[in-house]
Design a protein around this ligand. Sequence first.
Ligand code: AMP
Ligand code: MG
Length: 442
Amino acid sequence: MSSARRRPKFPSPALPSFDEAAALVAASAAKILRARRGQCNAGIERVRLDQALGRVVALPLLADADQPAFARSTRDGFACRAEEASRYVPLAVAGSTRAGQSPSGPLPRGSAWEIMTGAPVPEGADAVVMLEHVEEVGIPSRSGADRAIRLLPSRTLERGDNIMARGAQARKGDKLLSAGVLIAPAQIALAGSCGATALDVFRKPRVAILSTGDELVPIGSTPGPSQIRNSSSAMLAAMVKDAGGDPWILPIARDTTKSLDAAIGRAATADLVLITGGVSAGQFDLVEPALLRAGARFHFTGVRIQPGKPLVFGEVPSSRTDSVQNQGSAKCYCFGLPGNPVSSAVTFLLFAAPVVAALAGRSEFGARFALARLSEAVKTKTGLTRFLPAVCTFAGPVPEVALVSWQGSGDLAAMARANCFLVVPEDADRLAAGSTVRILLP
Ligand code: AMP
Ligand code: MG
């Protein structure tokens, strides 16, 4: 306990700014990513396509054939020669092809071919005119057809219009998905179009979640008069999953060196350790010294942000040798997140989520920010970058953001009413109504 380090109560110039701390985390994340890329089969697993949502591509997906494999019509209409149609003369309808029918043609001179979206364009045609851009007209003599169409005088047609040429999207063997890409529905569709029923993805990193505090009881228990439920472990587990990790909730650690040392020793078998609580300047804030005893090297111990100023980020030697980020000299990244739930959530989104994403192999690992219009003026103090619970509505032409009223960083109810955090720059004491502001997205 006596080894507890004290930090100054007020922001000291020695603490990194938000941008500086974010850059330190980004540098570590980039290092993690390079190590993951260098990995062979140990860090990779194969998952069925219907299980691949939210996973990260580890081995590239190559096109199994030209895409599209045949010149296809992108419209319902008439395949024709653009040059003939552009003379606005009647074109006899020489045939018809529906999607799924085999390629037909060749297209006789001076004629058009009825075609549906997705159907192969008949040989000889170089454009498709949309159904809505033609009129039915009298049949030209000696055509033998029973229908004819003509391009409407108000319309024009160029070669290539409404035809997707063979291989226009990709050639056989082209790389369609690169390592590091997050698999969303679009990537699943693309893999499916290549006949991939399974994908090679990075193994999920294991993220230990260790809540500390003598006042905490498990969420299934009834708290005593001065106790609270450990809501943060459950919240962080959900956030870890969202970021691409596999959460591992450890039993609550008590505010004693013995309990903390044992728990950190166990947690350091994971790829990343998230500890909550015990990082402020109080007498029972023992996490930082416990991490030091475990051999930690810190990148920073405190950031000029609010909430979340006491945040700690570093590395401890891993107790395991097959951790996903580093097979040889295994180390384990660690965060000491401040105990208040809103502080834990904000610091996770800003700093821990990028590390989880990089450990998961994602090329894009940064926190997500967006711009919105502030609906009501906000007054704060300078000196810290602030992240305040807010609601952003996306219904109008421009996202509109407003603060939710809150009682400070223990206010879980306020956080549950919010869907983002308003970012107030360090040097701003006021943000005007109607101004464009940054928001941090979950
Ligand atoms: P600490 O950072 O340990 O001083 O904790 C700050 C505040 O956050 C205290 O009021 C704690 O009771 C609360 N807190 C700490 N850990 C948790 C947790 N796991 N779940 C909910 N609240 C917590
Ligand atoms: Mg505590």
